[in-house]
Design a binder for this molecule. Structure first.
Ligand SMILES: C[S@@+](CC[C@H](N)C(=O)[O-])C[C@H]1O[C@@H](n2cnc3c(N)ncnc32)[C@H](O)[C@@H]1O
Ligand code: SF4
Length: 426
């Protein structure tokens, strides 16, 4: 077994006390679980893109208008199913991701949103992912008129040669103009996604990128190192080349300096936000329902996942069946480990929120790990709040990556190949 695999096994046992984690093909009992939840997050997955990028791990296929039309009807059926379970309980977080949601801007997204607003008690802003090539002035008006207040744009790089390597279909000049158009409109937050530690990328290029983004006036930057998922084209090509963990740390620290100097605050492991701006983020409440192909849902003690196949998702709903493919019951320890994972991602948390969620004392469960991490300068613990330092944020997340990249690759990779897998062991 490789060192990574060994470490992964040790941490899994330490945090969850599970020898293995296995998702199985079944539909969990839902009615009783929905009864004891007071508020929900909503995630909608749009699995279409105009072109497929060689590094991208997400569930997507090439956009076809006739498929998008049937997909719209299927999603509306899935909404109908959940409307009975959720009733008038508030939806307090709503995120539309993909794929590329803006492919459906004139092909069904408006109908889906109308339906969501009709049947759910939505009490929150909408957060939407977009592709730069979809951001004409007309389209920005359409997005605003749909009620989207938080917009994210996949910029990825600000050097033409890197855009080319990533197979992104625009130039630096074009993407800059798209961002500036969006920044000039009435969104509460415009986020841009960029990637770093790209093949052949220099620290100087990352520095230029950081400064250019600040100058464009964006409200938030989410800067991710390029992860190489083994089932993507770039991941396959990079097999056996080893990880560039130190290059990533260096480049992230360059970006940290630029964004802090410009007055931004760190709002998650990879995101920096201007102060006073309400941050762009995925679902923020702990319990959520995922709609669409590959949509995942988390309801206290169960996690489940829809089929990844768009054709099978549509077929299931057209035949009056649920599109749920895999489910995992979560032990108390697994729920706590999941909770901690997300809090590390957000870089700070209160111990009372752990007590509120689990009725247990945080220090009793995790105190013995927190003390040495505080001594190493990875975090500060004032007795009530835990705040990760920049160094701690990076290294704890590098540790989390040991799990997430492997788990995501296994779960998403298998689900991409088999629409209804019998079992996936993580
Ligand atoms: C769903 S895409 C964004 C919206 C749109 N589909 C686009 O590409 O412009 C979400 C973001 O994930 C990030 N991403 C995708 N693949 C990645 C990878 N292999 N490593 C790191 N970040 C990645 C990119 O920054 C991308 O903008
Ligand atoms: S990065 Fe965005 S546009 Fe490219 S394939 Fe992934 S979801 Fe689609």
């Amino acid at each position: 077994m490789c060192l990574e695999g060994f470490l992964r096994g040790q941490f899994r046992r330490l945090l969850t006390q599970e020898a293995c984690i296995a998702l199985e093909r079944r539909i969990p009992l839902l009615e009783s679980r929905f009864q004891d939840i007071d508020e929900f997050g909503l995630y909608l997955h749009v699995p279409f893109c105009r072109q497929i990028c060689p590094y991208c791990p997400y569930n997507k296929e090439a956009y076809r208008s006739e498929v998008a039309e049937r997909y719209t009807k299927a999603v509306i059926k899935e909404i109908e199913f959940y409307s009975e379970l959720i009733g008038s309980k508030p939806v307090t977080s709503f995120y539309i991701g993909g794929g590329t949601p803006t492919t459906m801007l004139h092909g069904g997204l408006d109908k889906i949103l109308d339906h969501i607003f009709r049947v759910f008690n939505v009490q929150c802003d909408i957060h939407l992912e977009s592709h730069p090539n979809d951001l004409s002035l007309d389209n920005l008006n359409t997005i605003l008129s749909m009620g989207v207040q938080h917009l994210s744009i996949g910029v990825e790089a600000l050097q033409d040669k890197h855009l080319k390597t990533l197979n992104r279909p625009y130039t630096v000049e074009e993407v800059t103009a798209a961002v500036e158009r969006a920044v000039g409109r009435d969104f509460k937050c415009v986020n841009v996604d960029v990637m770093f530690a790209l093949p052949g990328q220099t620290c100087r290029e990352i520095e230029d990128t950081g400064h250019a983004l600040v100058e464009m006036g964006v409200d938030q930057v989410a800067a991710y190192p390029l992860f190489r998922f083994p089932y993507t084209k770039m991941g396959e090509a990079a097999k056996g080349t080893g990880s560039n963990i130190l290059k990533r740390e260096k480049m992230l620290s360059i970006l940290e300096t630029i964004f802090y100097d410009a007055g931004f605050e760190r709002t998650s492991v990879w995101a920096f936000t201007r102060p006073g701006v309400s941050k762009y983020c995925s679902v923020t409440v702990p319990l959520y329902v995922g709609l669409g192909a590959s949509g995942s849902s988390y309801l206290k003690d169960v996690f489940y996942l829809n089929t990844f196949s768009v054709a099978e998702y549509i077929k299931a709903l057209e035949n009056g069946k649920l599109p749920i493919a895999l489910a995992l019951d979560l032990s108390a320890r697994m729920q706590m480990a999941g909770w901690l994972y997300w809090r590390i991602y957000e870089t700070r948390f209160d111990k009372t929120s752990f007590k509120r969620r689990f009725g247990k004392d945080f220090d009793r469960f995790y105190g013995r790990y927190v003390k040495p991490l505080a001594l190493l300068g990875f975090l500060k613990d004032d007795g009530e709040q835990i705040v990760l330092s920049d160094r701690g944020t990076y290294w704890l997340h590098a540790l989390e990556d040991l799990f997430s990249i492997q788990y995501i690759s296994k779960l998403w990779g298998t689900s991409k190949q088999e629409p209804w897998p019998e079992k996936v062991v993580l």
